[in-house]
Design a protein around this ligand. Structure first.
Ligand code: AKG
Ligand code: FE2
Length: 375
């Protein structure tokens, strides 16, 4: 069985021809292969207008310096599986630097970017996002995944100034890891969970051995955005994902299984999303956020997703403190590596493959993503 996250990708190679159609600038009309038929179960709100929104319909914006931040985080995780955070302590200059690295990378000529192409059984590198293989249509985006050191790939991309970009990525990893740890404990603290309940977070509870991936995403301007899709609907496998987006709309979160709500870009803000493993850990109390990214005609969009998981050997199962006679465990124990394999095979149905019991309330399970269909 795969023991590292890199092994999982070796076991589930994805053959997406990265050499084809990644020259978006040359496409002046939307090729049929990119023309999405919208998921028929949910109306999409591509031209979502914030003026029409009531406050209750916006992804919560939380100021982490407030004394009641933990309560706000708990509420947001419970009802949205997502929120946007400001005053998070990550230097704005670092966010600008990582955006600039991503921008420089995606602005390289296509043939140059392909020098750092991800191999079919590889985890890191440039190409279409892995989830592309689950959708019948192509996505209007390109990505660059970093797991471990980006040194080899960055040397290919920038023979002269790879150092600078490596340092930015390393600092980003340090800052994001620390923020993820902080947010995990604030959110779990609201459920009465302490460090003693989660020994795998390390002796200091600092998640030091947790692997993470940094994913750069680029959504070029699109000649026909209403018929295209930047990144199809999905949940992340992580415990938490933190998304930095430039000042261009695109990220949408599914609200109450019904409506897509745009996460309005806020200067210096970071979007925090519950991943499937935090969903399992909290026995579904904090549902993983189904999200997607749409594109637009005039502005290129960039995002950087920090995908944070548990140590590879940690068995993630519903926390004992959250269980009781009327709260049976809904999921069996699973490691991140095993779960990544489930995701690679079953994609948005992966959670149901580790479910052992239906929610006792008999209510509609908001995380039953088998309902999301394309085409
Ligand atoms: O571009 C975005 O805002 C979302 C990115 C995302 O969902 C991902 O990389 O998993
Ligand atoms: Fe995502």
């Amino acid at each position: 069985m795969a023991t590292t996250i890199a092994d999982v990708f070796k076991s589930f190679p994805v053959h997406i021809p990265a050499h084809k159609n990644l020259d978006f600038d040359s496409l002046h009309e939307l090729p049929d292969s990119y023309a999405w038929i919208q998921p028929d179960s949910f109306p999409t709100h591509k031209h979502h207008n914030s003026i029409l929104d009531s406050d209750a319909d916006s992804v919560p914006l939380i100021d982490l310096s407030l004394p009641n931040a933990a309560t706000l985080i708990g509420n947001a995780f419970r009802s949205w599986g997502a929120f946007q955070v400001i005053n998070h302590g990550v230097p704005i200059s670092l966010l600008q630097s990582i955006e600039s690295s991503a921008d420089t990378l995606f602005s390289l000529p296509p043939s140059h970017k392909l020098k750092a192409a991800r191999t079919p059984d590889g985890i890191s590198g440039y190409g279409l996002v892995r989830i592309s293989s689950f959708f019948p249509k192509r996505m209007w985006s390109e990505g660059f995944t970093i797991v471990g050191s980006p040194l080899d790939h960055f040397r290919q991309l920038w023979p002269h100034d790879y150092h600078k970009h490596c340092e930015i990525v390393e600092e980003y990893d340090r800052e994001m890891r620390s923020l993820c740890g902080r947010l995990m404990w604030l959110g779990l603290g609201e459920l009465g969970i302490t460090r003693d309940d989660m020994k795998w977070a390390g002796p200091d509870g600092d998640f030091k051995t947790s692997p993470a991936a940094t994913q750069f995403n680029s959504y070029p301007v699109c000649p026909d955005p209403d018929r295209a899709m930047g990144l199809g609907p999905h949940t992340d496998t992580s415990l938490l994902t933190i998304v930095y987006q430039n000042n261009t709309r695109g990220l949408q979160v599914l609200r109450e299984g019904k409506r897509w709500v745009t996460v309005e870009p806020v200067a210096g803000g970071l979007v925090v999303q519950v991943g499937d493993l935090l969903h399992i850990l909290t026995n579904g109390l904090y549902p993983s956020a189904l999200h997607q990214a749409v594109v637009n005609r005039t502005r290129k969009r960039l995002s950087v997703a920090y995908v944070f998981g548990p140590p590879e050997s940690a068995e993630i199962s519903p926390l004992k403190k959250l269980l009781g006679p009327t709260q049976p465990p809904l999921y069996r124990p699973v490691t991140w590596t095993e779960y990544l394999g489930k995701k690679a095979e079953h994609f948005n149905n992966a959670l149901s493959t580790v479910r052992v019991c239906a929610p006792i309330t008999g209510l509609l399970d908001v995380n039953d993503h088998s309902r999301v269909k394309v085409g």
